[in-house]
Design a binder for this molecule. Structure first.
Ligand SMILES: [Zn+2]
Length: 351
């Protein structure tokens, strides 16, 4: 394993950022290659500790000559967001300088050609970081972007063109659900990882072995040794299953039996009032149409001081907020409905 340090200059003199890149050289240039990154939203740490638990498995494979494809790992992809504290609260989702989500605004290239990337010397620090991350990842057959939600199940976002070809990956990782999406106009990292391959010849796109996904490793507080170990084993099974690492002792996972739904089936349930949220459901619950999802206490102690929110359709609770304070219009939860949401917000994935 080789470690190198990437440097991103800050937007003012005297400031710069750096992050490590860990690489394994594969022995077989025909084998699929893999790129893993975590904490693009800098406070989302379940993927960081999963990578920490994965590394000894990869180092053992390397010592035994079992690394077939090149592997590039960026355990903490966002040193800019990592350093952002505002009145004692960490702010790792949006760049404070530009108010741009760190998982938006990636360049959507017309082809998988690094020369099409913007000049990494120009733009604000967050833009230059995005260009560099895409430059590091592009060309890998497998691209995994490890995130987490507020509170939630383990689930994947997958572009519809890669499904069901990626069902083996979902089974290997042991996730609960897969959300399929069709178009990214906002430039998520996942969108920037798959869009360049959508309009190139099939022998370049290689969808038979391509993997691109945003992995949502449950909730922001699910930073836990046992979960990290299980997630690392899932990542390792994926790498073995796809031929990046050789391990004949590993049994192949069964077929994927979790939830698969298009993004348009998700109901986000905006809160009708501001107040304190009392949830009646948790991630994983199956609900019927009309079931009570949450009660918002907006005028404590007063008659009519509570407003109830009901399920607009039957489905599974995928996520809910990690905090119980809410403003009117903010989303209460993600309900994966059995059919298209009446409130379907078309377009990009929700991370
Ligand atoms: Zn995220």
């Amino acid at each position: 394993m080789q470690k190198s340090i990437e440097r991103i200059a800050g937007d003012s003199e005297g400031v710069s950022y750096e992050f490590p890149v860990l690489r394994f050289d594969g022995s077989d240039k025909a084998a699929p290659s893999a790129y893993l990154q975590a904490a693009l939203h800098a406070g989302e740490l379940p993927g960081v500790v999963a990578i920490d638990a994965l590394m000894p498995m990869l180092e053992k494979a390397e010592a035994e000559g079992r690394i077939k494809g090149d592997i590039t790992i960026v355990p903490q992809a966002n040193p800019i967001g990592r350093a952002q504290y505002h009145f004692g609260e960490h702010q790792g989702r949006f760049h404070l300088g530009t108010r741009t989500n760190f998982n938006r605004g990636f360049p959507l290239l017309a082809a998988p050609d690094p020369t099409l990337l913007p000049d990494a010397a120009f733009g604000t620090a967050d833009q230059r970081l995005k260009t560099r991350l895409l430059q590091l990842s592009i060309g890998h057959d497998i691209v995994l972007d490890l995130h987490c939600d507020d509170e939630g199940l383990a689930y994947l976002y997958v572009h519809a063109s890669l499904w069901p070809a990626m069902a083996d990956c979902a089974a290997a990782m042991g996730v609960d659900a897969v959300i399929l999406w069709g178009e990214d106009t906002d430039g998520t990292f996942e969108g920037a990882s798959i869009t360049p391959y959508l309009n190139v010849p099939a022998d370049v796109a290689r969808f038979d072995r391509r993997v691109a996904t945003t992995v949502e490793y449950r909730g922001i507080l699910d930073v836990d040794g046992a979960l990290a170990g299980a997630d690392a084993e899932g990542l390792y099974r994926l790498l073995v299953g796809r031929g990046v690492v050789l391990d004949q002792a590993l049994s192949t996972p069964g077929s994927f039996t979790g939830i698969v739904a298009p993004l348009e089936n998700i109901d986000m349930m905006p809160a009708p009032r501001a107040g304190a949220v009392l949830y009646d459901v948790k991630p994983g619950d199956r609900v019927a149409k009309g079931a009570l999802l949450a009660t918002i206490v907006h005028a404590p102690g007063e008659a009519d001081g509570r407003t109830q929110v009901f399920a607009p359709q039957a489905g599974i609770i995928l996520t809910r907020r990690s905090r119980r304070i809410i403003r009117a219009g903010e989303d209460l939860l993600k309900l994966v409905g059995d059919r298209k949401s009446a409130d379907a917000r078309s377009g990009t994935l929700e991370d």
